[in-house]
Ligand binder design. Sequence first.
Ligand code: LLP
Length: 411
Amino acid sequence: MLEFRKDDLYIENVKLSNIAKEYGTSTYVYSKQQIVNNYESYKNAMGAKEGLICFACKTNSNGNILKILSELGAGADTTSGGEIYRCLKAGFDPLKIVYAGVGKTSEEIEYALKSSILMFNVESFEELVAIDKVAGKLKTKANIAFRINPYVNPDTHSYIVTGKKDTKFGIPYEDAIKAYLTAKKKKNINIVGMHFHIGSQILEVEPFIVAAKKVKKIIDEVEKNGIHISYIDCGGGLGIKYEPGDKVPSPKNLMSKLFPIFDKDKKFIFEPGRSIIGNAGHLLTKVLYRKISGRKSFLIIDAGMNDLIRPTLYSAYHEIVPVKKTGAKKVKTDVAGPICESGDFMGKERMLPLIEQGRYLLVTCAGAYGAAMSSQYNSRPLLSEVLVDGKQTKLIRKRASYKDLTLNEIE
Ligand code: LLP
């Protein structure tokens, strides 16, 4: 949904420089159409298979974004009571909400049960005991799947691998059957599914297939013991194209290989996050200063690691483009923010035109884990967010003020 028309970069039918002028910088900008297209590509790949596409709302939990997805019929993958709250507020059907996470508190469990969500993705034996207890107190039954760690190590950043041995996630592969047999004996537990999620920003289908085959073995064993598995929750993790050379598998590539592994009667859940919202959102920033330091050239912009932490935290690459074409000579330059840390950069050694102060740059594909992971570090108020729909723009989060910085402090 990004396109140069003559010299100006547009998102849908709106000139990005106009958004910068109207709403100020830095600001996150999202394309509604891109979100719809991304969701539809999952929905179409599902075809007639029964199941749910549950948006992993940890990637972006702005209520307006969530509402677009709930209105499209999506479900939600949540990781906290707060996320369940946001999703209910945005109109998601509770029966389309799944809840994973290694550290669910009993208050969160109670909230989820009272909200009648579809299922808990349980990550330890002690969590099972806790859920059983809270469900008993509420005189209800909790629907659960176990999150199985299939011991598969996809090729991605080490901080976002979850499906390999010795991580904190899920039930260790060798304990999976024991977990189901234990759950079968619990009075207030109703087993409905099996879950696996191996990591994020995965650019090959193969690791999903290896994991699915391992999970299938467990399902067979569990079903021999009289436990029926209705839902197979395959998690999220499909990557997106950040760098020009990245090759990205489609939901169809993935599903067409996954479905034949399992019996026909199974219902499927997918939990995509990044591949729904990642390329639909971008960070619009302004060049504050240009400087040369030693042998290096810098563009200092008004967005920092507090606004988008991915480059700092994961050495993640985000393409950076001026929103207006210029004839200025391209030089190798670092793009850095205003935060007092050397790790505060958006891009290193990029070939960019040495554009003037006050011009705008777009840090692309920042819709996932961008605003959601932002903070007020260096006492920088949280950014505004703007949703574009055709020719229309809508402010979906106003820029925070200095007053907001001290909101909950007690004098
Ligand atoms: N399901 C579960 C259980 C997850 O833990 C995650 C992501 C997802 C689904 C969604 O995965 P996706 O489709 O977005 O890859 N902050 C990191 C990524 C952390 C991923 C956490 N879990 C980043 O900025 O790259």
